[in-house]
Design a protein around this ligand. Structure first.
Ligand code: ZN
Length: 207
């Protein structure tokens, strides 16, 4: 697949290589796929990317991406979950990513609200910490005295464990009940790949 010096091709390979889990080889395949694709397909892709940025907003409370509905006007700053009056505002579930939030939502068992931390920390890397929305988390908890329980919904991986421990220490001074997902998630298991049944029981068995 090593080829040409076309700057246009090199540039796009470089851009795709920045995507999670995509290395230069796969990025190259994407580019050559696009070179063969009909113009309409390329136009659709470009339009979809532009729409993503113009239509999707991040929730001002939990950072969940959502599409504001035009009829709600300027007040439309919270996602469907945060603005749903039926969700329990006393229960806050912290997830590492949007994908993990979606996995928990799919179980339909969780009735509280969320906060997306934006990543995990490995025990060794201090730079990881700077990427997390720790300051935002702190301000959410301070501004919402109604929060009683905080669920740390981390994957059962080394990084998930490290992040859970870090959060536990960080949240201690706020004097809230802090729980973690219970048994059920296999050791080393990522939340994003667990099935709904497993996540449901891990939620119920939280401690
Ligand atoms: Zn939200």
């Amino acid at each position: 697949m090593k080829n040409n010096d076309s700057p246009a091709i090199q540039k796009l390979i470089e851009l795709f290589s920045q995507f999670p889990t995509i290395g230069p080889r796969t990025a190259g395949r994407f580019v050559f796929h696009l070179l063969k694709a009909p113009k309409q397909e390329i136009d659709n892709l470009v339009a979809a990317i532009i729409n993503l940025r113009s239509r999707v907003r991040l929730c001002e409370f939990c950072f969940n991406p959502f599409e504001p509905s035009p009829d709600k006007g300027q007040e439309n700053k919270l996602c469907e979950i945060c603005s749903n009056p039926l969700r329990q505002k006393s229960l806050l579930c912290i997830t590492a990513s949007e994908t993990d939030l979606n996995s928990i939502e799919k179980t339909k068992k969780y009735k509280g609200i969320y906060f997306i931390l934006g990543g995990t920390v490995s025990a060794l890397k201090k730079t990881d910490l700077e990427k997390l929305r720790i300051n935002e988390l702190e301000s959410r908890i301070k501004n919402r005295p109604e929060i009683q329980e905080i669920i740390l919904a981390m994957s059962a991986t080394t990084e998930g464990e490290a992040t859970g421990l870090y959060l536990e220490r960080f949240l201690k001074p706020f004097n809230k009940k802090i729980t973690r997902l219970g048994r059920g998630l296999p050791v080393g298991g990522e939340l994003e790949y667990a099935d709904e049944e497993t996540i449901s029981s891990a939620l119920e068995a939280r401690k």
